[in-house]
Design a protein around this ligand. Structure first.
Ligand code: FAD
Ligand code: DHB
Length: 393
């Protein structure tokens, strides 16, 4: 079997890339290890930058997002038992974020793909990518118990952080930059309306807490917990008590969140990682396969969308003009944005969390930084521009 472009992984990166290529008349095949139900249920990101919304809309995947997505003009920061609202739209000349879950984007893209798109194979596990430095790279994969080979003009690794494509690049040709954090997140879905209209990021002496949402009826809540935490040690009441304590404000005892049943309890470790370059011969990496960020800045999904937008444009340019100029610039173009998001995610994470060995001096520095954001339009705008998302190059 042959495809112009072979895509490994049907997360947001692989699915959106297939959609964009299809619209440029480029044939591709998507191989996804998991089954459809699993891919559609995996609880992950929920905050879309303006640019992400624009891309989904432009490729015909925006209909339900436009109907059901919640547009947010601002976020709230809490620290020192005080609340401060950041008006993202006012600070960025009108850029906003949209709450629309990754599960819903994946459902919408899969439905489009199966209706009118190029082939998407579930239960197809890529085992190895070879011949990267020839003009016919190959993917060996296992589907329904049988071994197959897909030959391609280009192979795109959209197979996430634990995928196999990255390892097809010889070790001498890649370098990984990494940092791990000394805390994790406990994430839950709460079947209760959000306690606030906007997201709340809370710094507290007890650790970080985040109040987010999925729909007007479902909240998404996160608590900083020690690495290695067992979710079984966190019964529902303990989670609610801790969320309340970390978000507590002076003089506002009545703003306590309403409680409801919790599901999808999971502990997420935090890591920053970037593999450079994002291309080797005819293998290209996109999304989590090339880089991950700690979730605090809500950048992971948005970076994956930015990568494949740049890549689809480069492949379309090649298809229409025969020039590899944009493809040759792919890695460098993406990495500028990736490192900006890495820095922002690192700063958000280390400003809002309390490390296990943190000194009172360091806590004072965090509060001072948050105070500065609350006091200065310049400091606030720096956060807001990064959070709402920088325009694509
Ligand atoms: P993925 O979504 O990981 O998709 C990769 C796909 O490749 C998967 O479907 C996988 O099954 C498939 N695959 C892997 N190996 C193979 C193989 N050998 N053969 C075939 N298919 C394969 N970001 C935020 O902004 N906010 C959040 O709250 C947030 N929470 C997260 C929670 C978790 C547990 C994780 C892991 C990530 C979270 N992220 C979050 C990050 C965000 O979800 C990712 O950045 C985003 O999913 C990246 O999309 P992707 O398509 O690159 O990779
Ligand atoms: C969500 C996740 C984030 O990492 C974040 O910064 C904001 C919201 C969420 O899952 O809703």
């Amino acid at each position: 079997r042959h495809a112009t472009v072979g895509i490994i992984g049907a997360g947001p990166a692989g699915l959106l890339l297939a959609r964009l290529l299809h619209r440029s008349g480029i044939d591709c095949v998507v191989l996804e290890h998991r089954d459809r139900a699993y891919a559609e249920r995996r609880q992950r990101a929920g905050i879309l930058e303006q640019g992400t919304v624009d891309v989904l809309r432009a490729c015909g995947a925006g209909e339900r997002m436009d109907r059901e997505g919640l547009v947010h003009d601002g976020i709230e920061l809490r620290f020192d038992r005080r609340a401060h609202r950041l008006d993202l739209a006012a600070l960025t000349g009108g850029r906003r974020v949209t709450v629309y879950a990754q599960t819903e984007i994946v459902k919408d893209l899969i439905a489009l793909q199966l209706r009118s798109g190029p082939p998407l194979l579930f239960g197809a596990q890529a085992l190895a990518v070879t011949d990267a430095d020839t003009d016919r790279p190959r993917i060996r994969y296992l589907h329904k118990g049988r071994h197959h080979t897909l030959t391609c003009d280009y192979v795109i690794g959209c197979d996430g952080f634990h995928g196999i494509t990255r390892s097809a690049v010889p070790e001498h040709a890649r370098r990984t930059y990494e940092r791990r954090y000394p805390y994790s997140w406990l994430g839950v879905l709460a079947h209760v309306p959000p306690s606030s209209d906007e997201l709340v990021y809370a710094h507290s002496a007890r650790g970080f807490a985040l109040f987010s949402m999925r729909t007007p009826a479902v909240s998404r809540l996160y608590l900083q917990v020690p690495n290695g935490t067992d979710p079984a040690d966190w019964p529902d009441d303990r989670i609610w008590d801790e969320l309340e304590a970390r978000a507590a404000l002076d003089g506002a005892p009545d703003r306590k969140p309403a409680r409801g049943p919790l599901t999808a309890k999971a502990v997420l470790p935090m890591r920053s990682s970037v593999t450079e370059p994002m291309r080797y011969g005819r293998i290209l990496l996109a999304g989590d396969a090339a880089h991950i960020v700690p979730p605090t800045g809500a950048k992971g999904l948005n970076l994956a969308v930015a990568d494949v937008t740049v890549l689809a444009r480069a492949l379309a340019h090649l298809h229409h003009t025969g020039s590899t100029a944009l493809l040759d610039a792919y890695s460098a173009t993406c990495l500028r944005r990736v490192w900006r998001a890495e820095h922002f995610s690192y700063v958000m994470t280390t400003t809002l969390h309390t490390a296990p060995d943190q000194s009172p001096f360091e806590t004072r520095l965090q509060i001072s930084q948050l105070d500065r954001i609350a006091a200065s339009r310049h400091a606030a705008a720096e956060l807001a521009e990064n959070y709402a998302g920088l325009p694509l190059e």
